[in-house]
Design a binder for this molecule. Sequence first.
Ligand SMILES: *Cc1c(COP(=O)(O)O)cnc(C)c1O
Length: 457
Amino acid sequence: MKTIIEPFKIKSVEPIRFTTREERIEILKRAGYNPFLIHADDVLIDLLTDSGTSAMSSKQWAGIMDGDESYAGSKSFYRFEEAVRKITGMKFIIPTHQGRAAEKILFSVVGGKGKYFPNNTHFDTTRANVEFTGAEAVDLLNEVGKHPEIRADFKGNMDIEQLENFIKITGKGNIPLCMITVTNNSGGGQPVSMQNIRETKSVCNKYGIPLFLDACRFAENAYFIKKREAGYSNRSVLEIAQEMFSYADGVTMSAKKDALVNIGGFLAVNDESLAMQCRNLLIVTEGFSTYGGLAGRDLEAVAQGLEEIVDEHYLQYRIRSIEYLGEKLVAAGVPIIEPPGGHAIYLDAKRFVPQIPQEQFPGQSIVGALYIEGGIRSVEIGSVMFGKYDKAGKLIPPPMELVRLAVPRRVYTQSHIDYVLEIIIEVFKKRESLKGYKIIYEAPMLRHFTARFEEVV
Ligand SMILES: *Cc1c(COP(=O)(O)O)cnc(C)c1O
């Protein structure tokens, strides 16, 4: 097989600023050992997130010039609406400035105390927006998805049996909607199968509960279905995506992922009365219904991005670059979630640094080491991000301690990825010298963004 190449030429470049190891030790300390508090200019390879970090195409940039900035009825809105409708088939399409704004509006309308929202795994902002209304966010990931070392095709799947039991115990009246996140970001970027979406829909239908997709990475998920699920190899990614959405009653999406833009999102629903309530709230918090929190040019770029994302040469390169990094790490003995997901490599911190207990944030320690060794910025997805406290103030850790290296879309080339690989292996070789951290400051919600740490000596 021939090398899978980047399916684009580079027309515009952005220089990277180099730093020394000594400088980085100081920088990290100043940032309270929190990668979110490091200045981006002090980062060599930024794998903090794949969100809003895509390189836009020349056609998207042309769209930026072409955007119609009319307050109401902008032609860019209609192009955006058509692009979203072509893929999702949804009746009512509401632009928002990013994914969490769609979540905020949706859960403000349907959430509240005594309400429960099942999901394969809530993303952090989704969980926060559910909980902010007083409702409870419940993760019902299938068992295989909880074991980083087990290889399976669809580790993002919902546990159907648990879902049905949960509905029976909780009562359908307390569950305004059920959600599936594709791909499952917090669960390792793992895909959800079409069969699982279909089965979830059928359970939801049985109890009259609407099904929503958190569709940030729908195209990556559709590509995995094409490659891994029987009966889909001859279907186009667009057709597969359309089938995925055909089982949904609503969609929230951060366009900062699979719409290849730097800002944007939407909420789309089929129910007219829900759409009206959401639109009314949108006008109070985001803006008029034909722009949400966006400029006309942003809507134009989203519309173009949604056309480009279903390109199968792009998706082949995209999924392969992650898989390539994963293969080499596994060959070097580095513990990762296997198989690699669609947008990121997740290091399994429990196996990487078994000497660091969960109360000392093993993932955060690896994040620090990757920055110091190679200027690589990654993020902990474990006890820092999802840890809770019990009544005695003791940490209740989540099931997994992970470090995510998210790969921005169309930004880095294979040699950047090779460098990342070298640094991870270097850190792995000195893993026994890594130390744990303790928190010295934390906010009451989404603490990982602003928390400060100290090394445990
Ligand atoms: C990024 C993301 C969100 C939130 O979107 P923002 O644009 O960052 O507000 C919600 N769900 C998932 C699965 C995501 O990856």
